[in-house]
Write a protein that binds this ligand. Structure first.
Ligand code: GNR
Ligand code: NI
Length: 170
């Protein structure tokens, strides 16, 4: 198991559309272990494989707070079956856009089909922060970031700041 580096914008890999998982079971299990370790280390409540440079459709989520028992959830090839008309707004952040937070409106509830880490076909209906987090992660699989849901003015400002930082570090 290892903590892997998290890609930061404007890394172009973050814009890739991830492919359905094709890995052998052992490699997939090891990817998921690394994703949880990386997510807990950050710390974050969700992670998509592309954030550690792997363009495959795997996400990890854990909304447990510090001191609570862990609630690790891995979703392989997640598919949105239904979203509610009702919307909700959360202040979102992203490990690939450090220290930037903005409110995003999304469907309040979502029903998702996925394969779990044991290979079982599952469905969950999520609401609250879990619904938002799962949608944020599924967006990553499409090369989409939460800043794509905010105003162009704010997005351009944050992209510019990170582009400048990347140039300084180059
Ligand atoms: O850690 C994270 N927190 C968060 C807060 C509100 C909405 C979504 C998230 S996901 C984010 C980790 C991350 O970047 N996942 O891709
Ligand atoms: Ni993110």
């Amino acid at each position: 198991m290892s903590v892997r580096p998290i890609l930061i914008i404007p890394d172009s890999k973050l814009r890739l559309v991830s492919a359905p998982v094709a890995k052998p079971a052992r490699e997939l299990a090891s990817l998921i272990d690394d994703m949880f370790e990386t997510m807990y280390d950050a710390p974050g409540i969700g992670l998509a494989a592309i954030q550690i440079g792997v363009p495959e459709r795997v996400i990890t989520v854990d909304l447990a707070r510090e001191g609570e028992d862990k609630q690790p959830l891995a979703l392989i090839n997640p598919q949105v079956l239904w979203t509610s008309e009702e919307r909700s707004v959360y202040e979102e952040g992203c490990l690939s856009i450090p220290d930037f937070y903005e409110e995003v409106e999304r469907p309040a509830k979502v029903r998702v089909r996925f394969t779990d880490r044991g290979g079982a076909e599952c469905e969950i209906e999520a609401d609250g922060l879990l619904a938002t987090c799962i949608q944020h992660e599924i967006d990553h699989l499409e090369g989409k970031l939460f800043i794509d849901h905010i105003s162009k003015l704010k997005r351009d400002r944050v992209m510019k700041k990170f582009a400048k930082q990347a140039r300084r570090e180059a």
